[in-house]
Design a protein around this ligand. Sequence first.
Ligand SMILES: [Zn+2]
Length: 143
Amino acid sequence: MARPIVPVPDPVSQPFWDACNEGKLIVQYCTMCDRRQFPPEPACRDCGFNFHLTWQETSGRGAIVGYSITYDSRLVQWHPKQPFLNVIVALEEDPVINFHSNMEEDFGSNLADEPDIPVGATCEVIFVEAAPGRMIPEWKIAT
Ligand SMILES: [Zn+2]
């Protein structure tokens, strides 16, 4: 299903989006600091260098650590989908790394009421086509 807004890769984030198109969730990894970071940045947030930055594939698993419900997005392209759920997923192997994502599950609730979002539930990444040939990561409850 096409998404109302499609991310535009830049030179720093292009490897991330290329990996998404291959069904892989990768994050930057600084070999000097032994540290992952996401979203992609031009340099390591700890040491400030860029020549130690590589990319590392993740497990693609995480846990819901929070959520919000958008009723009145600033982006008019999202208005037809309101209200919609935004989850925050902490990466399983490095919970400091969070992904913000839509989630297809409705958890049996109407979001306009009091939804029962399973905070703490294990999730796994899925890749959805935001536009022809442009995959983006989203999350679903792990099976
Ligand atoms: Zn570093």
